[in-house]
Design a protein around this ligand. Sequence first.
Ligand code: ADP
Length: 396
Amino acid sequence: MDAQTVSYVNELLKIINGADETRLVIERFLTALRHELVFDNVAAYLQDNESGALEIVYARAVGRAKTAEADAAWGEEIASQVLANKQLLLQEPTSLSASDDRVHQPFLLGLPLHTEGVVNGALVFVRFGGPAYAPGHISLAALGASLLSLLFERRTWRKMNEEMGKLKQQIQLQEDFVSTISHELRTPLGFIKGYSTSLLRDDTSWDAETQKEFLTIIDEEADRLSLLIENVLESARLQSKTLPLRFQPLRLDAVLRDVSTRVRSRYKDLDVTLDLRSSTTIQADGVRIAQVFENLFNNAIKYAPGSPIIVGLKQVGHLMVVTFTDYGPGIPPESLPLIFERFYRLRTENATGTGLGLYICKQIIEAHRGKIWAESKPGQGTTFFIELPVNQTAIT
Ligand code: ADP
């Protein structure tokens, strides 16, 4: 082998080993290959692991017939044959008539692609109107197919690795969830058991006031337990996407007015200002969106007691922006990113809660392709922001 050939093969190898995105690497590789191997179109087909069907993973038209015949359908038949025969195939027109359109005289070269020695696809080159592939070209094309096989194999490994990583993360999350949930369930249950056992003791008699106090604790903890179970189920359903969202035309200003009226009927002294500057209709699940707004109201009431609440709505380009502002104690900067996590609670002394409220809000908003976050200045107050896309046509 002469030095020039070695350096050319080296160049091809270097491209294949490049760290860029697969498509870009293939593109560069075929451009380099085309310096020595002339072709009009090229397509790579790989067998789908599950269905066994051949799928086009790459197709490119560089020479003649760039448009009309450029889709990769022209190579499908020979690709299937390569896969069935597990070997290189050449298909050339039997007779060439000068008058015939060259596009109708394809010279096809199909080469097997393989993973771990098993043929699982084909690389197909076409030259419209020839010339026929010389033995040197065929060897070079075969080398190209082998190198591309390596690339596809590496891509499969990388994908599997990524999936493994995600799976590991999921398992870890589940484990954390199980341990947190058992702890969270045990706490109220411990109170209920402790106080009821005390009340049932034969050797002690409790005065009516103490009995009432114990029963109140039992009652409150039972409520807490039930809220916790409800929230846990809801968050699990949201996470596994089994909670269906019903998208329908919705005016956020109307929902905010409704929720605010509902909340105000429960808290008569609540100082709420609605600053609603848009009546655009969007596609959203009204029940779920109302749930989010109610949650933010309740949090402001719980964690910023006595503070006015200002609710804003405006449209900014393609987004609806909702804000909930209070002038309460605020949230320290280090806790801001954590408040949307499952079971994260900050100020638990005076407020009942499960640490799931904001997590559920986030799930709902993200299911609408929106965003939710909070900004806060400790001692001055907190603002929760929600962005929802005006145009939800992308949602399926
Ligand atoms: P929960 O209210 O059940 O504790 P959430 O997920 O709703 O859980 O909220 C998480 C934490 O975020 C709360 O424990 C609270 O400390 C903090 N938080 C939420 N809203 C506010 C607010 N408006 N002001 C200050 N802190 C807040």
